[in-house]
Design a protein around this ligand. Structure first.
Ligand code: B12
Ligand code: SF4
Ligand code: SF4
Length: 309
């Protein structure tokens, strides 16, 4: 067996042993076609006030700018589908945010992943990323053969749907590459487009970020949500799962085994009244490890007011 094949096998075994649900590998290259899509998206202002999406365009489309000499982009998926759901009627929180913050959890796993690779393969250069870095994570997952980009913009895997986080490890190690995922299994379905409460899903798999409930409730830092959105949030207080909940590929989602993603009791059961009565001090204590921290106390209160009145 060649060294490349041996290293590839080692990496895929480590990923599986560590509980990652998929591991695919793509040859590092400039993402030319994706660069055009991204440029178009930015030119149309679909990032709204997410200024960070304008930054580091060159890094975002070229992995060798993030890791000099980059040869491979390893993509890992991590299932977050929760075993318990919120009861009906309470202010809704996106499934990814019911437990501990995935940024911390996955970053720790990525560090260990790289360390384990080095132990078996030798000294390599590598950097792990999850969400916040300038990496087109969905594009790399598709390039690594893991799944396709659905009409709702999410990366969907045939085996597990889309309730997955995506993480990438860019390395200078040469590996065997998976074939890109070419097929598109959305077919004639338009369930996500029809169900999106704010009509943020446009043709050709373009999601207008600046119209998405997830953007308004998590990313928008302004004190007010535009009045034009009034009555459209369908009780979503933090994030939105509508376009994934209706997707037929998510019918077979299985609960995650990661204890860190077990829903916090408060996140699951808080009623509108509990949220209204929550003090800033209690917010900071209860949600110290939760993704809800991103919106801050004022953000959560703003969202609550917006969906209540
Ligand atoms: C900015 C951002 C947002 C913004 C903007 C969303 C958007 N459409 O870009 C907002 C705040 C609205 C958002 C919302 C959500 N997000 Co978000 N977000 C990101 C972030 C940081 C960057 C995405 C980006 O580059 N957008 C720019 C656009 C142009 O890129 P794109 O939509 O990814 O599309 C690229 C490729 O998919 C490809 N592509 C798209 N269509 C097609 C079609 C063809 C034919 C081809 C070849 C290629 C292609 O080209 C594009 C690149 O130019 C990523 C993390 C990361 N670093 O990648 C997470 C990320 C995409 N988000 C994620 C999640 C979970 C969500 C939410 C589900 C959270 C929630 N429940 O509230 C929603 C889903 C909304 C939706 N339907 O897309 C996950 C997605 C996991 C998955 N299975 O796909 C990511 C990857 C974070 C992570 N590490 O897990 N998000
Ligand atoms: S997350 Fe909600 S608002 Fe955003 S595109 Fe999907 S359905 Fe529409
Ligand atoms: S709901 Fe239908 S169109 Fe939308 S992503 Fe899922 S399969 Fe594709």
């Amino acid at each position: 067996m060649s060294n490349t094949a041996r290293h590839t096998r080692i990496i895929k075994t480590i990923a599986a042993d560590m509980g990652f649900d998929h591991c695919g590998i793509a040859k590092a290259h400039r993402l030319e076609e994706d660069a055009r899509r991204l440029e178009n998206w930015l030119n149309k202002g679909m990032h709204g006030t997410m200024q960070y999406m304008e930054d580091h365009f060159d890094l975002r489309i070229d992995p060798s700018k993030l890791v000099p000499g980059a040869r491979s982009v390893i993509t890992l998926l991590f299932n977050y589908f929760p075993a318990q759901q919120q009861p009906p009627g309470v202010p809704k929180i996106s499934k990814y945010a019911l437990g501990n913050d995935y940024h911390e959890v996955i970053r720790t796993k990525l560090k260990l992943f790289l360390q384990k690779i080095k132990e078996q393969v030798g000294e390599i250069s590598g950097r792990g990323f999850v969400d916040s870095a300038p990496v087109l994570e969905r594009s790399w997952a598709q390039n690594a053969g893991i799944g396709w980009v659905g009409k709702n913009g999410n990366l969907i895997s045939k085996q597990g749907g889309s309730f997955f986080f995506i993480a990438t490890l860019i390395t200078d190690l040469e590996l065997e590459y998976d074939a890109p995922f070419i097929k598109d299994h959305c077919g004639t379905c338009t369930k996500c487009i029809d169900a999106c409460p704010t009509e943020a899903i446009l043709p050709d798999k373009v999601v207008d970020g600046s119209k998405c409930i997830s953007y308004f409730t998590i990313e928008l830092k302004e004190a007010l949500i535009p009045g034009a959105m009034k009555g459209k949030f369908d009780n979503w207080m933090f994030g939105c799962d509508v376009c994934q909940d209706v997707c037929p590929w998510n019918r077979f989602s299985k609960p995650t085994h990661e204890l860190n993603f077990t829903p916090l009791p408060e996140v699951l059961h808080f009623t509108k009244n509990d949220w209204e009565e929550l003090t800033e001090e209690n917010f900071k204590t209860i949600f110290r490890n939760s993704p809800l921290r991103r919106s801050k106390y004022q953000g959560i209160k703003r969202n609550l007011k917006f969906i209540s009145h």
